[in-house]
Design a protein. Sequence first.
Length: 367
Amino acid sequence: MDFNLDETQQEIADLARRILEDRVDHNRLKQIEAGSEWFDRETYAELAKAGLVGIALAEDVGGGGMGLVDLGQVLEAQGRTVAPVPLLPTTVAALAIDAHGSAEQRQAWLPGVVDGSIVLSIALQEYLNDDVRSPNATGAPSGDGYTVTGTKVMVEFATQAQRVVLAAQADDGVGVFLVDPNGPGVTLVEGITSRREPVHELQLDGAPAELVGSIEAGADILAFVHDRALGLLCSTQVGVTDKQMRMTAEYTSQREQFGRPIATFQAVTQRLANAYIDVEAIRLCTYSAMWRLANGLDASEDLRVAKWFASDGAHHIAHGAQHMHGGAGVDVENPLHRYTLWSKHIECSLGAGTASLRALGAQLADA
């Protein structure tokens, strides 16, 4: 199957790369990392202005009406620049509201997502629970709405988000809810990831929640959210690993030993070739999964295969890049170190390689 980008998709990819690469460099990232929040608001505003944040949302809320493959190119460009912006959590939450939310929810949140004034997040992970689709948090009816009790972990941009999309067990099934992370019944406990990103544990104690869709459709809505989070996470990893590989190829072409570039040594050439194969495996599996999602096909197996490559293959790429840099890559003054940190963060998010294989194995066994 041909997964080459069409003309429109290539233009979107080029636009996203141009905006991010023009604005985000080593010095800009150092400035942001020295600040109080891990968020390049100016660059995010430029992405929104260009229509890239809402590119996959419906046109009636101001979105571009494009598909997931197009959105994946924006996330891939983010990975290439390791730009600290809330693209993944905001777009995944917004896609869920767009597809399954009420007319009031869509109008309340999505136009602001499109213009960059509203940040959303997702809270899918819990302690000691590898199965995102069977949450331990509980939801209970309360007046005209619901309340949610439980704990969610690794929530990105929680302090900047106006709402978080999360799932909880209700009496009749799983519900997907909108919760104000800075509202009553919510306690935020700050942590930090391997890529130095502040993340929060959400401790929910009867937090007011607004149901998205219905409880009867909750399991399908949660699967919708989980699938798109996995796909866009892998899209980001395509950009991270591709850039790692190219930085390493450039370095080994310039670094000389014994009077010639080390890229001419057979062992280095083989290591770079292995990295190229791993990058293309991540890309191919991710594009396949995103194409299936965009066309309304079952992508559950493809997504888990893609996440395995985005974990295991990415680990080999990062290790090889550091090895071929001869230790220089761990210096914080070398931009490569950020790509190593991002790669490790993505590798372990939403299930690392082993968890992905277990989920795939269970799915195949059920079939």
